[in-house]
Design a protein around this ligand. Structure first.
Ligand code: PLP
Length: 389
């Protein structure tokens, strides 16, 4: 085997297109120059299209997790009561971050594989009679491959005077998220998943309602203070030295997505999601997601058959069949599932490769499976989609 040629089907980082890699080799420029301002403004305007917002969109040199802290310290008053809606490990981590930051955290927890229910969110908000200041949730829970009904939850939050803060680290751009239209107050993402860039950027936008409350959020902050970003935004400047190479990469990636079409990017992800799910089911395997209408189009979490050891499966898939999947995440899911990433710089052909290694690896490990079924089912979904135009 050619060891270097492996298909990266993680839940991020995802493959970086050659155009993006090449853009990142541009010579360094003065970040206080007109040249950088033009770059930053171009990136910002495309990010607005991506987030479906008219508001400013900021790029910070930090990873996706910093979105949790940035959203909280800028827009939610110190010590306030907040509701963390938890459908998986990333929801759990955000709730831990909030507790660490000194917020009074209320939880609404769901079984892995299920999505949050807007009516249940409303019930909790009702019970607390307006004292909950923010609802925090994942748009797409990367640890389980399930997305939340953000639009409906945002509507409930608005009725109860709470901000809705959305972690879109594994969804923005690939799954529908209409920030302004849905009344999402803060949304953020990271660079290394749907945006086809290396890790290192956190991208965040906030509504007018969130900004109106920013003055009351006296939580200590410095590096993550968005007020500073706001001050220099119109000049195409950032308060600290920006990650210039990553900016070039992001511009190249956004150009590719814009050229494909923002809607078409989502359609491609939906097709890949449908293909992957059809393939997994045809192979006789189970999805972790028990409510298929909430199954994620950016990654699929698959139950590892009982007779198979997850670690052995991942190793064979990587070393023998050339595909890297993401392992299960969190105490309860680590050995129970594996996750197939199909987001970012991916096409339906990549899904076929990912499914092929699932079948081959399981067959090689002695599991009773007939290789080819998953691929055939996925191909059928693709062909049907093409025929329907
Ligand atoms: N939130 C979600 C939904 C994620 O999927 C991830 C990373 O996988 C994070 C937050 C954390 O991002 P990072 O690892 O870039 O800090």
């Amino acid at each position: 085997m050619l060891k270097e040629k492996v298909a990266l089907h993680l839940a991020g980082p995802t493959p970086v297109p050659p155009q993006v890699a090449a853009a990142m080799t541009m010579p360094m420029i003065n970040h206080r120059s007109e040249k950088f301002s033009v770059l930053a403004k171009d990136v910002a305007s495309k990010l607005q299209a991506l987030f479906r917002t008219q508001e400013q969109v900021y790029v910070l040199a930090s990873s996706g997790s910093s979105g949790w802290e940035t959203a909280m310290v800028n827009f939610v008053p110190a010590g306030a009561k907040v509701l963390n809606v938890v459908i998986g490990d990333f929801g759990e981590r955000w709730s831990k971050a909030n507790a660490e930051l000194g917020y009074a955290v209320e939880h609404l927890d769901y079984e892995p594989g299920t999505a949050a229910k807007p009516a249940e969110v409303a019930e909790v908000l009702n019970k607390h009679q307006g004292s909950i200041k923010a609802v925090c949730l994942q748009h797409n829970e990367t640890s389980t491959g399930v997305f939340n009904p953000v639009k409906e939850i945002a509507a409930e939050a608005a009725k109860h005077g709470a901000l809705v803060l959305v972690d879109g680290v594994s969804s923005v751009g690939a799954l529908p998220l209409h920030m302004d239209e849905w009344g999402v107050d803060v949304a953020f993402t990271g660079s290394q998943k749907t945006l086809m860039c290396p890790p290192g950027m956190m991208i965040i936008a906030a509504s007018k309602r969130a900004w109106a409350q920013a003055e009351e959020a006296h939580t200590p902050k410095f590096y993550f203070s968005l007020k500073e970003y706001r001050k220099s935004y119109d000049k195409g400047q950032t308060p600290q030295t920006p990650p210039i190479s990553l900016y070039y990469g992001l511009q190249a990636a956004l150009n590719m997505l814009a050229e494909e079409g923002w809607e078409q990017v989502q359609e491609r992800h939906h097709l890949m999601g449908e293909m992957c799910r059809a393939g997994i089911k045809a192979a006789g395997l189970d999805l972790l997601c028990t409510e298929e209408q909430f199954a994620s189009d950016t990654l699929t979490a698959v139950m590892v058959p009982e007779s198979v050891e997850a670690t052995a499966f991942l190793k064979v898939a990587r070393d023998t069949f050339g595909v890297i999947y993401a392992a299960g995440q969190g105490k309860t899911l680590k050995e129970r599932i594996f996750r197939i990433g199909h987001m970012g710089y991916m096409t339906p052909n990549d899904v076929l490769v990912a499914l092929s290694a699932v079948e081959n690896s399981l067959a090689y490990l002695g599991y009773n499976i007939q290789p080819g079924k998953a691929i055939a089912a996925a191909q059928a979904v693709w062909l049907k989609a093409v025929r329907q135009g």
